[in-house]
Write a protein that binds this ligand. Structure first.
Ligand code: FPP
Length: 245
């Protein structure tokens, strides 16, 4: 199961308590550990967290700088912990606009945790699904001989290199808004969506468990019919072989 989370509401959570917005991001970073620790038991194979969108560069420089420092600190502190816990970490999104220090820290943590098999944790940093699609399309049109599958693998990393990650099964967004905000648009084609008004810094594993129970109760048909339906499936004429009824 691939679960993706838009961790929204940090700023509002902090402001409501009379703290600076950064305090919300810091508490948000602390929430990640609890969610990651519970993920394998909840049945997750892949967990993708939206940490910084390509549009977040529009925020005040002080907030951007603090967030970048927080990502760096997270990787330094959590890297060894993730490795011990069997979690493989990778980062999706552009790297050319990150500081060299952060880009190197990302590479180091990815290498350090590459053997993790219990969970694949992906952080989306400087990520834009539209940008990923645009880049993969431009590359595919400029003389590469990528198969459709290779095209998909290239856009799934958010930066043009190949990545083998399944589609999103469940997308959770905290903080009360109900939109995708340019996150994993391709991968969410058949994702189930689950929204909560709880801000990310206050989001608990118990609430995540509720989201999973709700998800498991849903019927997913992927454009087909209920699995109990046993009749022959229809294929368009161009795909049907000549002796099909
Ligand atoms: C959205 O809340 C959240 C972000 C833009 C940053 C997400 C970052 C974290 C959860 C913490 C650090 C992450 C890592 C990986 C260490 P917002 O600021 O838009 O909140 P608001 O809508 O209430 O203003």
């Amino acid at each position: 199961m691939h679960v993706a989370i838009i961790m929204d509401g940090n700023g509002r959570w902090a402001e409501a308590l009379g703290h600076p917005r950064l305090a919300g991001h810091e508490q948000g970073a602390r929430r990640i550990r609890a969610v990651v620790e519970s993920a394998p038991a909840l049945g997750f194979d892949v967990l993708t967290l939206y940490a910084f969108s390509a549009d977040n560069w529009k925020r005040p420089a002080s907030e951007v700088t603090s967030l970048m420092a927080l990502f760096d600190r997270y990787l330094v502190v959590e890297g060894p912990h993730l490795r011990r816990a069997g979690v493989r970490l990778s980062v999706i999104g552009r790297r050319d606009r990150l500081s060299r220090r952060l880009a190197e820290q990302i590479e180091m943590t990815e290498r350090m945790t590459a053997c993790g098999r219990r969970l694949h944790l992906r952080l989306a940093i400087d990520y834009s699904a539209r940008d990923a699609l645009r880049r993969a399309a431009i590359a595919a049109c400029s003389g590469t001989s990528w198969s459709p599958m290779e095209f998909e693998r290239r856009l799934r990393s958010g930066r043009g290199v190949a990545a083998d990650t399944p589609d999103v099964d469940l997308l959770v967004r905290t903080g009360g808004e109900q939109r995708l905000s340019d996150f994993l648009l391709w991968e969410c084609a058949y994702a189930e969506l689950w929204f909560t008004s709880t801000p990310w810094p206050a989001f608990t594993v118990t609430e995540l468990g509720r989201a999973i129970s709700d998800f498991r109760a849903r019927e997913r048909r992927f454009g087909g019919l209920k699995p109990t339906y046993v009749g022959p499936s229809f294929r368009p004429r161009s795909e049907a072989s000549e002796d099909s009824p």
